[in-house]
Ligand binder design. Structure first.
Ligand code: PMP
Length: 321
C-alpha cells in the first residue's frame, strides 16, 4: 500500500504516476500547476489556489472539461485516500498539475483521444521545508542573480506555469554564492525587485510593509494573506517598485510562499538588512497568522526538520550541490 495519485479520474500508486513523453507539458513546459498545504490537515485557501489555476487554464486555452468544483472535490478525495499514510503530525501538500495533454500529432498513440492531463498528488509537507527551520533564526541572505525575472510581456509569471528553467538557473546561481542560506532574488528587466524563485518578496520601512507591484511576478496566495494580516494588525501594506537600494536600507525584509508561509530575509548580497535579525513586523505577522490557524508555524517547521535532516549532499529545495 502506498500513497495514491489522482490521474485523469483514476487513482494510481505514486510510483506508477507517470505522464506521457508526448504530453505538451514535456514538449513545451505547457502546464499550469498549484502547490497547496494544509494546517492541522485542513487545506488552506484551496479555492484561491484553484482560481489561480483556472485563470491559467483559461489564458493558455487548455480545453479542460473539469469545473473548479470538480477539481476541488478531486483534491479532497485525494487527501481522503492518502490520509491513512500520513502520521498524526504531517500536513498534506497537494501538487495539482494540468496540461493540454498529449499533442494532437501523436493522437494515434492514444487511440485518437488526446485529452488534458490532470494530476493531483499528495505528499508530506515536510519534504518541501527541509532545512528551513533554522532560517527563522538566521534569516535568508537574498542574492541578486544575473538571471532576471521574465517580464509579463514575454511570458506572464502571473500564470503559475511549468516553464520554470529561469527560476532553476537562478537557484543554481544563488547556490554558488559563498556563505549559507542564500536564496535567489530576481530583478525584472527594469532593475526593480520582482520575486524569488518560489516566493514573493517584502520589505518593511518605518513600519510600512512594501512589496513589488503585481506586474512581473506570481501574485502569491501567501502575499494576499500578508495583505490581510497587515490590515488586521493596523499596518500599512503597499505595492510599489522596489530597487536594491530600498532593500539595503530597509528595516526588515521577508519572503512568502505556501509551504513555509513567511521567512525572514536578513541580508542582501551578504550585507545586513536592519539589525540582521528577524524584525518586529515579520514576527508579528508570523505570530498573528499562527494564532489564526492554530498552528505554530515556526515550531512546526523546526519539528519537521528534526524528522528529516538535510540530505548528505546538502541539497534543499532551494539549494543544489
Ligand atoms: N513566486 C513564485 C515564482 C512561486 O513559484 C511561488 C510559489 N508558488 C510564489 C511566488 C509564492 O506563491 P504562493 O504564496 O501562492 O505559494
Amino acid at each position: 500500500m502506498s500513497r495514491l495519485v489522482y490521474m485523469n479520474g483514476q487513482f494510481v500508486p505514486e510510483k506508477e504516476a507517470k505522464i506521457s513523453i508526448f504530453d505538451s507539458a514535456l514538449m513545451f513546459g505547457d502546464m499550469v500547476f498549484e502547490m497547496t498545504r494544509s494546517f492541522n490537515k485542513k487545506q488552506y485557501k484551496l479555492r484561491e489556489h484553484l482560481e489561480r489555476l483556472m485563470a491559467g487554464v483559461k489564458i493558455l486555452r487548455i480545453p479542460l472539461k473539469m469545473t473548479i468544483g470538480q477539481l476541488e472535490e478531486a483534491c479532497h478525495e485525494t487527501v481522503r485516500r492518502n490520509d491513512p499514510f500520513f502520521s498524526a503530525t504531517d500536513e498534506h501538500r497537494l501538487m495539482i498539475n494540468v496540461s493540454r495533454g498529449p499533442l494532437g500529432i501523436y493522437a494515434q498513440v492514444f487511440d485518437g483521444k488526446s485529452e488534458p492531463t490532470v494530476v493531483i498528488a499528495d505528499f508530506p509537507l515536510k519534504w518541501t521545508v527541509v532545512g528551513m527551520g533554522k532560517l527563522f533564526d538566521t534569516g535568508i541572505n537574498a542574492v541578486i542573480t544575473s538571471q532576471r525575472a521574465i517580464p509579463a510581456s514575454l511570458l506572464d509569471p502571473k500564470i503559475k506555469n511549468r516553464s520554470r528553467i529561469h527560476y532553476q538557473m537562478a537557484n543554481i546561481e544563488a547556490s554558488q554564492f559563498k556563505g549559507d542560506n542564500n536564496w535567489a532574488l530576481l530583478l525584472d528587466p527594469d532593475g526593480f525587485v520582482a520575486e524569488g524563485t518560489g516566493d514573493n518578496f517584502f520589505i518593511v520601512k518605518d513600519s510600512q510593509i512594501i512589496t513589488p507591484e503585481g506586474r512581473n511576478i506570481l501574485r502569491g496566495i501567501t502575499r494576499d494573506t500578508v495583505f490581510e494580516l497587515a490590515k488586521k494588525l493596523g499596518l500599512s501594506c503597499v505595492e510599489r517598485n522596489i530597487e536594491p537600494y530600498d532593500v539595503y536600507t530597509a528595516d526588515e525584509a521577508f519572503m512568502t510562499g505556501t509551504p513555509f508561509c513567511i521567512l525572514p530575509v536578513t541580508g542582501l548580497n551578504s550585507v545586513a538588512i536592519g539589525d540582521g535579525r528577524m524584525g518586529q513586523v515579520t514576527q508579528s505577522l508570523l505570530s498573528t497568522w499562527s494564532k489564526e490557524i492554530g498552528v505554530n508555524i515556526i515550531e512546526q517547521i523546526k519539528g519537521f526538520n528534526n524528522e528529516i535532516k538535510e540530505s548528505g549532499s546538502g541539497a534543499t529545495p532551494y539549494k543544489f550541490k
